[in-house]
Ligand binder design. Structure first.
Ligand SMILES: *[C@@H]1O[C@H](CO)[C@@H](O)[C@H](O)[C@H]1NC(C)=O
Ligand SMILES: *[C@@H]1O[C@H](CO)[C@@H](O)[C@H](O)[C@H]1NC(C)=O
Length: 535
């Protein structure tokens, strides 16, 4: 956790609150990670489809991960987090979001699907704001969750609530004491639309007219674009909590996936002979692949893609429009399939050295192929439909379920490996499905930029290159999300004038060096014809 002893060095701190842990990184002026720390956070599941967390615990863990940093060298700090809903009362104390009345559990997590019915009702209202979310209100956005709280916990929560924060904005409020919301969260998850702001008719039409009170103070009156400097920076109290100096610059926050997108999409690819080398960054798609996957594409002009969120102005890169496709369960689906398989005990008993179960499975699949025959043919009679947690994009149908065809009575380690491969293939083809929808709406994507936990799985990456026929670029700084968060702090410190600041001596180069490059010519997926509906 030591800075490394250099005096006079400048660093930026990025804090990332993911689904199950809080991480922090100290990032250098050239965008490299100096050191990182991680602390787990609790997820409670008080009833099926309800996933909740504690904002008190999360802030406490944010303070733990920044411990020991030499504060005088830190020029700025940025936060990103999952787009979960935090509820506080008028004295900023947590309020319960479940029937059990436990106020410590005051966050409805992004992946909490309790508000499915409310989301459907909002979709059916057909309000104009829905155009910017692909026509369908997702239960992972905030309006249905707010409606659920009003309809189910009116007395214990709704009536007492004075502040509804997206988790990234809760963190910047804790850091600065300011109620300013990031355009990223409000635009992507709350139907806010600059320059007009809130559409009062939307909130009234869905029955949440209380939110209009006092110029929308409960959900945010002031907004800032990502990375802009918030007030006077860290308050005395937050600085003491975090072990940093009061007044350290704090950037307006991002949702975690958007921080990852920011951390990779600007990568310098000169000299790699990639088709996107001489083209604008709008020909790139950033994929943040973790528990779920987000597919981020940006454009100079707004594009409406059915089943894909956006166009959102300035929600990731200031001044550009963002379209956000996604798959609700990817890393989580792979875990579910592998750990729930009868062959898993056999896998756990394997005395492999180095790597994890997934690298073991990848090499096991290699051994299962007959010499010279490609690994992807192993699953020629086993197919997975990956929507075990609904389809976010491009079908935007949360009621879809998963399917597997081609099962036999055998449940060996080999069967587990094959099901694992078929699951990864299904996810990669899901990405192709999203790319096709974006292409129809005018996006011309020529390369994929991957980050997140799954991007460390070589089979996952290669399968995406094969399925889409596009080159896949991985940054050498594997923690792109943390880099993206630190970029917010760097930007807020005024050491750089804009987020898009280009390379300059001593300037912040976002992940300039690429270590891996996967590129395969379009591979014909004849195996999937007749199964994969979009082809
Ligand atoms: C309400 O908030 C908006 C920003 O969202 C601000 O521009 C406007 O001046 C505020 N109106 C009042 C009456 O305070
Ligand atoms: C990718 O495609 C190549 C060329 O067809 C094939 O040899 C390889 O096995 C494929 N890899 C995966 C992981 O599908």
């Amino acid at each position: 956790k030591k800075n490394g002893g250099e005096s006079g060095c400048r660093f930026y701190v990025g804090v990332d609150v993911g689904t199950s842990s809080v991480r922090a990184a100290l990032v250098t002026v050239d965008g490299r990670l100096r050191c990182t720390a991680e602390e787990p956070i609790t997820i409670w599941e008080p009833q099926p489809e309800h996933f909740v967390q504690s904002s008190t615990e999360i802030w406490h863990k944010c303070c733990r991960v920044t411990e020991g940093v030499q504060s005088e060298q830190v020029r700025g700090i940025g936060f990103d987090a999952t787009c979960s809903l935090v509820v506080l009362d008028k004295s900023f104390q947590p309020l319960p979001v479940n029937q059990d009345g436990d106020a410590q559990k005051n966050i409805v997590m992004w992946m909490d699907h309790r508000a499915a019915e409310q989301a459907t009702r909002i979709t059916n209202s057909g309000h104009e704001v829905l155009r910017r979310v692909g026509g369908v209100m997702s239960q992972e956005m905030q309006p249905p969750k707010l409606l659920w709280l009003k309809e189910n916990l009116k007395e214990s929560c709704w009536d007492k609530a004075a502040h509804f924060f997206d988790l990234p904005d809760f963190l910047s409020w804790k850091a600065t004491g300011l109620l300013t919301r990031s355009l990223c969260t409000l635009v992507c998850k709350w139907t806010y639309c600059p320059p007009d702001g809130w559409d009062a008719t939307f909130w009234t039409s869905i029955g949440l007219e209380e939110l209009l009170e006092n110029n929308f103070s409960k959900i945010g009156s002031e907004t800032s674009p990502p990375g802009s400097s918030l007030g006077k920076g860290l308050t005395m109290e937050a600085a003491a909590d975090l072990g940093l100096n009061p007044g350290t610059a704090v950037g307006a926050s991002l949702i975690d996936a958007h921080a990852g997108g920011l951390g990779v999409i600007g990568a310098d690819v000169k000299g790699f002979s990639l088709p996107c080398e001489h083209r604008s960054i709008s020909s790139r798609m950033a994929m943040i692949c973790g528990t779920s996957t987000c597919h981020m594409a940006i454009s100079e002009t707004p594009r409406f893609v059915p089943g894909v969120w956006g166009p959102y102005l300035s929600a990731m890169v200031p001044g550009l429009w963002l379209n956000e496709g996604g798959q609700s369960a990817t890393g989580r689906l792979i875990d579910h399939v592998v750990k729930g398989h009868a062959g898993f005990t056999q896998l756990e008993a394997v005395p492999f050295t180095g790597g994890n179960i997934y690298s073991y499975l990848n090499s096991h699949l290699g051994q299962m192929t007959k010499s010279g025959s490609p690994v992807d043919l192993l699953t020629s009679s086993l197919h997975v439909w990956p929507d075990f947690h609904g389809n976010r994009s491009p079908l935007a149908d949360p009621t879809l379920k998963g399917m597997v065809t081609g099962l036999s009575l055998s449940q060996t380690l080999d069967d587990l490996a094959l099901l694992y491969l078929a699951t990864i293939q299904a996810l990669a083809l899901g990405t192709l499905h999203i790319l096709d929808a974006m292409k129809k709406a005018g996006h011309d994507i020529s390369a994929l930029f991957l980050c997140g936990g799954l991007s460390k799985n070589a089979l996952f990456v290669q399968t995406h290159a094969n399925a889409t026929g596009l080159p896949v670029v991985l940054p050498d700084q594997t923690e792109a999300v943390l880099v993206g968060a630190a970029v917010l702090g760097a930007c807020a410190s005024h050491d750089y004038s804009t987020l898009q600041k280009k390379r300059r001596p001593g300037g912040l180069i976002i992940n300039a060096i690429l270590t891996f490059l996967f590129y395969r010519k379009q591979h014909k997926y004849f195996l999937y014809s007749g199964f994969w509906t979009c082809k």
